[in-house]
Write a new protein. Structure first.
Length: 353
């Protein structure tokens, strides 16, 4: 499939550099093809009850057009995948990374016993665009897009230029973000219209920088199948009053006993930029690891940032965290893109994480 942003007449000199793209995402509007997302469609009379028993959030509370973030767990409470579930009148839609689709389909299928539930991979039906940034909603209105959802994880199907377009107000802790899903032809038309209105084409590098600035973990990179839900800090994926689900006993045991021993944390990195997987040490003991790392050219000045895990005891004590070649200073996330370049003490920052 041709990317919705493909332009056979463009040249490398016409493509903004990654720093310009990031500035557009933070201060204007950046447009990217969504080429890494897959969809699992869940149908059948028992779909709501059944899927509610498979994921960590409350699917049974979703009204049509609403969504929620979820983990899928093993019996031991370890995270096997993640995704957003949206309710339609006659179906539930699970949006996840495309590489997760086969594994999650197999995992879910094993638990369909006597249930009236059917799973289907609907990933290839539509093309997707992401429009992100402070002026993203304004640009959509400029091209006479008929509706822009105001609430996070709201999903609507509208008509634009006589074609159906699904718009989702995506999870957006730092800047507004919207997903547009349509036929390949309509997606290309939307792309041309938004670029003409002032959106800037953005590649995967600038989107990755935005993810680190948000402090959003990615499954397969920051979240692995050995992590427990509370270790990731993603409480938005958990519902503690929904009843039983796969892995719920472990999640509830952690909640009732208090915090886990390690926490997903954002860091400012002072020193050489390490490789992902670099270990964190305090008092000559291993206390954590860095899972995502990047030097990011912010409009206010470059900064080295990382995401990873660290022992809560080390955070609470505010001890210096060392990695090979430098120091990791815990800082809040999502990042204040102005404050992130200013020096701060590890003890002051750890109190805010």
């Amino acid at each position: 499939m041709i990317s919705p942003l493909a332009n056979p007449e463009s040249s490398p000199s016409q493509t903004p550099d990654s720093a310009t793209q990031l500035a557009a995402l933070l201060e204007g509007a950046g447009l990217s093809p969504i080429d890494h997302v897959g969809w699992i469609r869940v149908t059948g009379e028992d779909r709501v009850r059944w899927l509610n028993g498979m994921v960590t959030n409350s699917v049974q509370d979703l009204q049509a057009g609403k969504g929620c973030y979820n983990f899928l767990l093993s019996v031991q409470g370890r995270i096997q995948g993640d995704g957003y579930i949206f309710a339609e009148i006659d179906a539930l839609l699970l949006e996840t990374a495309s590489e997760q689709v086969p594994g999650l389909m197999a995992l879910l299928d094993r638990f369909i016993i006597m249930d009236d539930v059917e799973l289907s991979d609907s990933s290839a039906r539509q093309s997707g665009l992401s429009i992100s940034g402070p002026v993203a909603a304004a640009l959509l209105k400029t091209i006479e897009f008929p509706a822009v959802p105001s609430g996070e994880l709201e999903r609507q199907i509208v008509t634009w230029n006589s074609a159906d377009v699904t718009i989702i107000h995506a999870y957006s802790p730092l800047v507004p973000r919207f997903e547009l899903w349509a036929s390949p032809e309509t997606a290309e038309a939307l792309s041309r219209a938004l670029l003409s209105a002032g959106a800037v084409t953005c590649d995967s590098q600038s989107q990755e920088w935005l993810r680190l600035l948000e402090g959003t973990p990615r499954y397969g990179t920051d979240i692995r199948d050995r992590e427990l839900p509370q270790e990731t800090g993603q409480t938005r994926a958990l519902h503690f009053a929904k009843g039983c689900y796969l892995g719920q006993e472990i999640v509830e045991r952690i909640r009732s006993r208090g915090n886990v021993h390690r926490a997903f944390t954002a860091f400012r990195l002072e020193g050489a930029l390490p490789a992902p997987g670099a270990l964190l040490e305090a008092d000559d003991k291993q206390v954590g690891e860095l899972t995502s790392i990047a030097g990011i050219p912010l409009p206010t000045g470059s900064v080295q940032l990382g995401l990873g895990y660290v022992c809560r005891e080390a955070l609470e004590r505010g001890v210096p965290l060392q990695y090979p070649g430098g120091t990791a200073v815990p800082i809040p996330h999502p990042f204040n893109t102005v404050e992130a370049t200013k020096p701060s003490s590890a003890s002051e920052s750890s109190e805010r994480v």
